[in-house]
Design a protein around this ligand. Structure first.
Ligand SMILES: [Zn+2]
Length: 136
């Protein structure tokens, strides 16, 4: 599996810290209560600047996916699948990650995040199919 090391910025650094603790959290505006992802300094709906982290179920549906044949790092062989997931907990929010399911993802298929400790203090959010697990 390819590992592309994310570069946390001012807004996302605290999110990555939570991911390292295997917690999937989004921001919730203290003024209007709107959840948002990715992390931003203020609310797009009410411009409020106060917010808190709120753990949510790391689930959603497959919005799209690609098969990458490009090795971004030496030794990281392809092809591998990257999925774009529409989060259930936050309308309009998309999260991408490596696909850990067998075979190819299914458009609209339900998925759940899993945390992959990639070493060197790096934890990644990857995705597995949810329907499959529930059927067994
Ligand atoms: Zn707000």
């Amino acid at each position: 599996m390819a590992v592309i090391r994310p570069v946390p910025d001012r807004d996302s650094a605290a999110w990555w810290e939570r991911v390292a603790g295997h917690e999937f959290a989004v921001q919730r505006c203290a003024s209007c209560g709107l959840r948002r992802f990715p992390a931003r300094a203020f609310c797009a709906a009410c411009r409020g600047e106060a917010w808190r982290w709120e753990p949510v179920e790391p689930e959603g549906v497959v919005e799209s996916w690609i098969v990458s044949h490009q090795a971004f790092l030496p030794g990281a062989g392809g092809p591998y699948v990257v999925v774009m997931v529409r989060l259930a907990a936050v309308p309009g929010a998309l999260v991408h990650g490596n696909w850990l399911g067998e075979g190819e993802p299914r458009y609209g298929g339900r998925v759940r995040a899993c945390f992959t400790d990639a070493g060197d203090d790096l934890t990644l959010v990857n995705w597995r199919p949810l329907d499959h697990a529930q059927e067994e």
